[in-house]
Design a binder for this molecule. Structure first.
Ligand code: KIV
Ligand code: NA
Length: 262
């Protein structure tokens, strides 16, 4: 099957075929998602929470994002790989933002980058796109704004979010993630834009959907948001395997002669 390039991704807006996106942070996971036909792998800065064990995305560094993006890129043959720009990698000036976006492409092997914010980031988005770096926006609930927001909760300011969406499209982004907004607003933004919307907690009318894979497949026992559906229960399966390993080693049934060299 053919590579999901940026133009292929964008063409789904018109064809109506839904776009599937999952996060990925390492090579084996990327390979599996790629093989199964996931359209786009997002190396999210949720890395900080689901891989590194922090309680927000704020501590994630540019070097860490480049490293994890490179692991995912090596595992993706067909999927479009998007590298997330971490907190403070694009807030201090347009030049630094372009350089950091470029690192995700040059060193990380990504096909595109993503950053958070709408109207306030329009100039930065334009500069990155002008440097030939395809960019995905991210509006609604923006987790890098957690210190200002105070908590992660649904965003309902329709006027502001529509303005952000239009600013992102106008600045040249090829897609936008819409996080934690009412489904009516998900629909309104999707209808207002010519670029695809990728929803997470934004209802069924978006052009595509994204989930954090540990949430989607049940490898988190932490709090899960309303918008998460568990498509598998990996925690239970994984636990069974670990329990069996411990039991058999303690009992002396593993390794058997079949598992041993003569
Ligand atoms: O970092 C991330 O995983 C994300 C998605 C949840 C959209 O930004
Ligand atoms: Na993110």
């Amino acid at each position: 099957t053919k590579k999901v390039t940026v133009p292929v991704f964008v063409s789904r807006k018109e064809s109506g075929e839904k776009i599937t996106v999952l996060t990925a942070y390492d090579h084996p996971t990327a390979q599996l998602f790629d093989e199964r036909g996931v359209d786009c792998l997002l190396v999210g800065d949720t890395l900080g929470m689901v891989v590194q064990g922090h309680d927000s995305t704020l501590p994630v560094t540019m070097d860490e994002m480049v490293y994890h993006t490179s692991l995912v890129s090596r595992g993706a043959k067909r999927s479009l790989v998007v590298g997330d720009m971490p907190f403070l990698s694009y807030h201090t000036g347009v030049d630094e933002a372009v350089r950091n976006a470029g690192r995700l492409i040059k060193e990380g092997g990504a096909d595109a980058v993503k950053l958070e914010g709408g109207v306030v980031r329009a100039e930065t988005i334009r500069a990155i796109v002008d440097a030939e770096i395809p960019l995905m926006g991210h509006i609604g609930l923006t987790p890098q704004s957690i210190r200002r927001l105070g908590r992660y909760h649904v965003q309902r300011d329709a006027e502001a979010i529509l303005a952000d969406a239009k600013a992102i499209e106008h600045a040249g982004a090829f897609a936008v993630v819409l996080e934690s907004v009412p489904l009516e607003l998900g629909r309104a933004v999707t209808e207002a834009l010519n670029i695809p919307t990728i929803g997470i907690g934004a209802g069924p009318h978006c052009d595509g959907q994204v989930l954090v894979w540990q949430d989607a497949f049940g490898l988190n026992d932490d709090f899960t948001a309303r918008f998460v559906k568990r498509f598998a229960d990996l925690r239970t399966e994984f636990s069974k395997g670990v329990d069996a390993y411990i039991r058999e080693v303690k009992e002396g049934t593993f390794p058997s002669s079949d598992n041993s060299y003569r």
